[in-house]
Design a protein around this ligand. Structure first.
Ligand SMILES: [Zn+2]
Ligand SMILES: [Zn+2]
Length: 444
């Protein structure tokens, strides 16, 4: 795929904005790693600061260092020794403590966590960064945001795009199979996130861009078309998956937030991630959780389609009871509860006035809303897509209990002030009933 045309053009869009991407180079091919010294020189950098963990240093860092040395480029390097790297205060602190202030650019070598840390850290120290991808495992490479954990709560920080994305096929096609399947799961989640976004546009008048949504949808379709090759570890297909992941990231940068790539399925994933950290359990790959969550969210969409609501019924709906809300937050979010409560105090997601306005908007636009519900495939379709790349489809396969399914459906919407099907079901006062039903029916 020719990224150059996308990267160079600024697009006068029908949404009324002009879109552009702050990425200079996307290099996805065999031998891309070897080109890094040339790219550095072209961009005018003398001394990169390399960030890796032990595994990513082994699969790509070591080789990169050799290429840098061959070209006489000085560098500094920090390799995390953590067994399970968590992107929190401690991880950011380690970078700060080991940073060489003579460095003029940051190069992250890794995938999800290293990418987030490199993006955040480089932004904080006022430098650009490159990401050398080690797996096609998630679509955050071309994103502007870094989800990190602060005060135990997953929080999204607005940062910057990488200046260069390097995906050497020799490296990424050898990534572990579960990481490749996770990348596929992250892309499958676009079905529900795009529907969530459109719902919010209809109900809240939230900004919506057809071009960005189309870009994400195209990369979704492209990935589905390649499922066999991806499953077989086909060299080219995995390169294409990586491209699709980058493209979804570019769609996010077009709109300046993660709407085109992240909705309720991501909120469920973030919720489980937080609880796993609290409980000291081993983390599950982001895209794996997103895939599983997409099956559940598709069920919620299906339930709502079956509900058979109409404008008259909707207008009669009153706001769910909030009496025990704070107690519930304390019980469910543990150490992150105070952050969740203060978020609600700031933004009032559940406030009576907003609820009333949304109910009125839903009654008015119900037909259009029903059309959006129909864009989400049946859960069975999502399940067979995930199975085609041997990705887990049920929460129990990765140690997520029925209780955690139910709690995520009920409470994950409190993590972010972003309108999705979860908040919509709360608005309609059906969320608790659906959460109970899903646990009974999801075969988990
Ligand atoms: Zn994702
Ligand atoms: Zn647009």
């Amino acid at each position: 795929m020719n990224f150059a045309s996308i990267l160079e053009q600024s697009v006068e869009c029908t949404c009324g904005r002009t879109h552009s991407v702050q990425i200079d180079t996307v290099e996805i091919d065999a031998g891309a790693l070897k080109k890094v010294p040339t790219i550095l020189k072209r961009d005018g950098y003398m001394r990169p600061f390399l960030i890796a963990d032990q595994k990513t240093y082994e699969v790509a860092g070591k080789q990169l260092v050799t290429y840098l040395e061959e070209e006489g480029i000085n560098y500094s390097v920090f390799v995390y020794e953590d067994q399970e790297l968590i992107p929190n205060e401690q991880a950011v602190g380690k970078l700060l403590l080991n940073f060489n202030t003579e460095c003029d650019v940051v190069i992250g070598i890794g995938s999800g966590t290293i990418n987030d840390l490199s993006r955040f850290f480089s932004h904080q120290v006022g430098l650009r960064y490159y990401i050398v991808a080690t797996a096609p495992s998630m679509d955050g490479y071309a994103s502007t945001v870094a989800p990190l954990i602060r005060n135990s709560l997953k929080t999204t920080f607005e940062c910057q795009m990488p200046q260069a994305i390097i995906g050497d096929l020799e490296v990424i096609s050898r990534a572990p199979k579960d990481m490749i399947a996770a990348g596929f799961g992250d892309v499958i989640g676009k079905y529900t996130c795009l529907a969530d976004w459109k719902l919010s546009a209809l109900i809240n008048g939230e900004y919506y861009c057809e071009t960005a949504a189309r870009m994400t949808l195209d990369s979704l379709q492209r990935t589905i078309d390649l499922k066999e090759g991806i499953s077989n570890g086909d060299y080219e297909a995995i390169g294409e998956l990586m491209e699709a992941l980058v493209l979804a990231g570019i769609a996010m940068s077009y709109v300046g937030n993660s709407r085109p790539a992240s909705g309720s399925e991501h909120h469920l994933s973030h919720f489980w991630e937080m609880r796993f950290i609290f409980e000291g359990k081993n983390p599950v790959l982001h895209g794996t959780k997103v895939g599983i969550a997409t099956v559940l969210v598709a069920r919620l969409y299906q339930y709502l389609k079956e509900e058979g609501l109409d404008a008259v019924a909707i207008e009669k709906i009153t706001r769910p009871n909030m009496d025990d809300w704070k107690d519930e937050m304390n019980r469910v979010f543990l150490g992150a509860a105070s952050e969740v409560i203060s978020l609600e105090e700031r933004v009032g997601k559940n406030a009576a006035s907003g609820h009333q306005a949304r109910i009125a908007a839903m009654a008015k636009n119900w037909r259009d809303i029903e059309a959006v519900l129909n864009t989400v495939p049946e859960p069975q379709v999502i399940i067979s897509l995930l199975k085609s790349v041997q990705a887990p489809v049920f929460a129990s396969q990765v140690g997520i209990s029925e209780e955690l399914i139910q709690e995520a459906i009920l409470y994950a919407k409190e993590i972010r002030p972003r309108y999705t099907i979860l908040q919509l079901l709360w608005d309609l006062d059906v969320l608790p009933a659906y959460a109970t039903r899903i646990v009974k029916e999801c075969d988990n």
